[in-house]
Design a protein around this ligand. Structure first.
Ligand code: 5GP
Ligand code: MN
Length: 350
């Protein structure tokens, strides 16, 4: 049995909101990942089946390995279709914000969303949501993913039977990607109760795993080889590592957005490793993107808030630096020095 998380009051309010709405816009964070797209399309499918007029608008491009999801081709990219997005947002009587905790996480799409006068609902699992911007915040940071939360909401309002095969695929994909295919942040037994419910809808999880994991170009594999062989700097005393990749290097491997996805996790395969940091020069703007991953208690979100203008989860966080790569590397060195007392303690992740 799944233990209920959503409170009776939240359940009653959300039931009423889903009953009354007619024109719904669903949005998720910039550079959407599996959970952002999976939770958005899962909720989309549910609301469409209820006869609502629903559109999913995402700030920008999302990776190819998510395009197999049903109706992924109907997702509107704000950066390419601004006037259509503005019109849909103006017409909406409900905006559902999924998988982010702050309007800043949707960049320029935040302007029309912030201005909209309709009901706004946040469904998210990041820490410290900005509650002032929403009529209702369903925020459970202890959950694996927003997709898990969407499942729980649909279950709480008594509509589990109406979860379709496609919605089950979407929600599974979101839960799987946000937990590294159940290798972190996934010890809550409820997760597997939900997965078994999704399997009962007929999904083939092995196939979904393959669609997501085995969907890269040869260039991406060569890029991984290059990063690990040429670029990775390991600091064994503090169980940490850094790799910094410049625009020209990305171009050499015919970089497509998404090609760097997940590479930052790889140094955590080193025995006893606690923290991996990736710096990547943006190919369009003069920015350095920071990605961090950790194991156990090392708080990447605190590190990113303190040094990289960012935040995120304890074991996966990111940020942005508006400076050159050399300056960014200096900032990382300072950050590592600051956190050395915590990092150098001997603990093994194996
Ligand atoms: P990634 O390293 O995959 O880009 O991001 C990992 C996680 O860190 C994301 O799921 C998101 O929660 C968080 N994150 C990434 N960039 C930022 C940022 O600039 N600000 C905040 N607050 N969180 C971020
Ligand atoms: Mn998520």
């Amino acid at each position: 049995m799944l233990r209920q998380k959503i409170t009776p009051q939240e359940t009653a309010t959300i039931k009423k909101i889903f009953h009354e709405c007619k024109n719904v816009v669903i949005v998720c964070h910039t550079s959407p990942d599996g959970d952002a797209i999976g939770s958005s399309l899962g909720l989309y499918e549910y609301l469409i089946r209820k006869g609502k007029n629903v559109h999913v608008i995402v700030p920008n491009y999302f990776p190819d390995f998510l395009h197999w999801m049903k109706d992924a081709d109907k997702i509107i990219l704000f950066e390419r279709h601004k006037s259509l997005s503005y019109n849909l947002i103006n017409m909406a009587d409900l905006i559902c914000c999924l998988d982010f905790n702050d309007i800043k996480r949707i960049d320029e799409l935040g302007t029309p969303i912030g201005r909209a006068r309709c009901k706004k609902l946040l469904i998210d699992h990041h820490l410290n949501p900005d509650k002032s911007k929403f009529d209702l915040c369903i925020s459970y940071p202890e959950l694996s993913s927003t997709s898990e939360l969407v499942f729980r909401i649909i279950d709480a309002i008594g509509a589990k039977d109406s979860i379709t095969f496609a919605a089950a695929e979407d929600l599974y994909a979101g839960m799987a990607t946000d937990t590294g295919f159940f290798s972190f942040n996934s010890n809550n037994p409820d997760i597997f109760v939900i997965i078994s419910e999704l399997l009962r809808k007929g999904i083939d999880k092995d196939l979904i795993n393959r669609r997501i994991q085995n969907n890269y170009s040869a260039d991406r594999l060569k890029l991984i080889g290059y990063v690990l062989y040429e670029k990775l700097q390991v600091f064994p005393d503090i169980h940490a590592s850094l790799f910094a990749i410049r625009k020209e290097e990305l171009t050499q491997f015919h970089y497509l957005k998404g090609d760097m996805e997940g590479i930052v996790n790889m140094p955590l395969q080193i025995r006893g490793h606690k923290l991996s940091i990736c710096l990547r020069e943006d190919t369009e703007k003069p920015l350095v993107r920071v990605s961090t991953r950790s194991v156990d208690d090392f708080p990447c979100n605190e590190l990113c808030a303190q040094f990289f203008n960012g935040g995120g989860h304890k074991n996966a966080a990111g940020g942005t630096l508006e400076c050159t790569m050399d300056e960014a590397i200096d900032i990382v060195m300072k950050a590592l020095e600051t956190w050395t007392p915590i990092l150098q303690k001997e603990e093994s992740n194996s």
